[in-house]
Ligand binder design. Structure first.
Ligand code: K1U
Ligand code: ZN
Length: 169
């Protein structure tokens, strides 16, 4: 059995977290499959519910989403980690929801962030299939947070006003 290495997580201030990540080409490249495995292992080791490739110093449009119930979101659905390649948010509901977020690249900081309650997403699976799906609630929040990483945006940049200052744990 081959061991998957954990990757270092880029912290706020690293230039790669402010850059637009590149579209993925060459879907069957083993390097991409290894990247997805390593991102997943790194996310699980850090106890995260999502991760984006720029957070592990790779400027490619790849995210992993892995919702599970947790103290902040006890009703969150459980899902197997899902890799989304070149994800595009095709539609966002007008209805929004304000809820607390954290980020593996901004440790010990949390803030309420307003996000669309429902979204429609198109992405490629790691097997190269195109999928379109609708998500709501916590999963939709994670996807929006991770897609922001692909566009060089950190959640703290979306804090709405000074009544919602990020707080340190
Ligand atoms: O992208 C990341 O930095 C991962 C991030 C995903 C995320 C969490 C909460 C809302 C939106 C997106 C995290 O996993 S933060 C750390 C964490 O483990 C966590 C935070 C809140 C709820 C559950 C887990
Ligand atoms: Zn994050």
């Amino acid at each position: 059995m081959t061991e998957t290495h954990l990757l270092p997580i880029a912290q706020r201030g690293e230039p790669i977290l402010q850059q637009r990540a590149q579209e993925v080409t060459g879907l069957h490249d083993p390097v991409l499959q290894q990247l997805i495995d390593a991102m997943q292992a790194t996310m699980l080791a850090a106890n995260g519910v999502g991760i984006a490739a720029p957070q592990v110093f790779v400027s490619k449009r790849v995210i992993i989403v892995a919702s599970r119930p947790n103290p902040r979101y006890p009703d969150a659905p459980s899902m197997q980690p899902l890799a989304m390649i070149n994800p595009e948010i095709l539609w966002r509901s007008a209805a929004t929801c304000l809820s607390e977020e954290g980020c593996l690249s901004v440790p010990d900081v949390r803030a309420p962030i307003e996000r669309a309650e429902r979204i429609q997403v198109r992405y490629l699976t790691r097997a190269g299939e195109t999928r379109e799906a609708e998500y709501s609630g916590f999963i939709a929040r994670i996807i929006q947070h991770e897609c922001d990483h692909l566009d060089g945006i950190l959640f703290v940049e979306r804090v709405m006003d000074d009544t919602q200052e990020p707080t340190r744990d």
